[in-house]
Design a protein around this ligand. Sequence first.
Ligand SMILES: *Cc1c(COP(=O)(O)O)cnc(C)c1O
Length: 406
Amino acid sequence: MKFYDVEKLRRDFPILSREVNGKPLIYLDNAASTQTPRAVVEDIEHIYYTTKANVHRGVHCLSQEATAAMEASRERVRAFLGADSIDEIIFTRGTTEGINLVASSYGELLSEGDEIILTVMEHHSNIVPWQLLQKRKGIVIKVVPINQLGELDLEVYESLFTDRTRLVSVTQVSNVLGTVNPVKEMADIAHKHGAVICVDGAQGVAHMKVDVKAIGADFYAFSSHKMYGPTGVGVLYGRRELLNAMPPYQGGGEMIGHVSFQGTTWAELPFKFEAGTPDYVGAATLAKAIDYMESVGIENIAAHEHELLEYATSQMASIPGLRIFGTAPGKAAVISFLIGDAHHYDTGILLDQLGIAVRTGHHCAQPLMEFLGIEGTVRAAFAMYNTTEEIDKFVAALKRVAAMLT
Ligand SMILES: *Cc1c(COP(=O)(O)O)cnc(C)c1O
């Protein structure tokens, strides 16, 4: 036991003891979605069995208890992110919705010819919402390239700013390359030029301690399902002044002050951005996922994953023809690779037959694939519950695949 007792921790995740194709499951698709510990699932069950009622509207006991659970979770998220106020914590469906909210509502404040900066390593959910805005408003999108290691070129980044630059949107950690971007430095540069920065935290929260104020994020979006929490819910953090200046994202119940056909006023933050009945069970139980991660220790998780990453990288080096995409120092525990000319899909299918779950394809990052001159990769991403024995089996399986496909 180095950082914590992994075998003991694995018992909190019942799914890890199932078999796939007659083999013990080895789950390495954690950058797509993580597994959920019993404490969170039990909390979901508890709410369904004892407290399920629509939030914020009822005078009756169940509604008030459900509201209290959701609002307690909002406070938990606020503390987790180091935000100043619960007014700055908006529950969403996930990272995608968070970024769409910013592109749509903050985007409403931009004018034709205003410029935004993205990077070539962005996930489609941090590209397409901005392209929709481009169509709607005639904004200009500029793109930061990467170097051989998979790091952003900060000199080019700074050179892209003009007096029309209004916003930067960048991923904290690449879901393909594992690169951890220097978000703080990028935020400082953006602020120096009078622009705001939106951070895609989908791959950040599970792997590192996040403090939105320390990194200078004006907006920060993440998904619960990638940090051991329930599916269907996520969070957008936004600085209060910005959120106050932005028009609502969607209209409906919950987000109004007063509605009449002469005109409608908006609710206060954060409800202005939470139209309709939220996933209140998901929102309430996200707090349990945060509790779980913090009980293990986010630094411990990071150290454990880093050890797995180093071990897997060194073991994979012995496989002839294996290429790894993304070798930035300090990268997160994500390994994208190809073996010789073998198609990523064939590799994924063979690994699945051996009980090993990896992701194959473009990973919702087609511009990055184009930049790298490939169509897709195989991706193994490690989480707090993976073990060195699993890596040994994974590498042995890769050797068999390499022998079959190359
Ligand atoms: C998964 C992911 C997203 C999208 O998250 P959803 O939960 O699908 O909304 C966005 N950005 C990155 C970097 C991701 O890994």
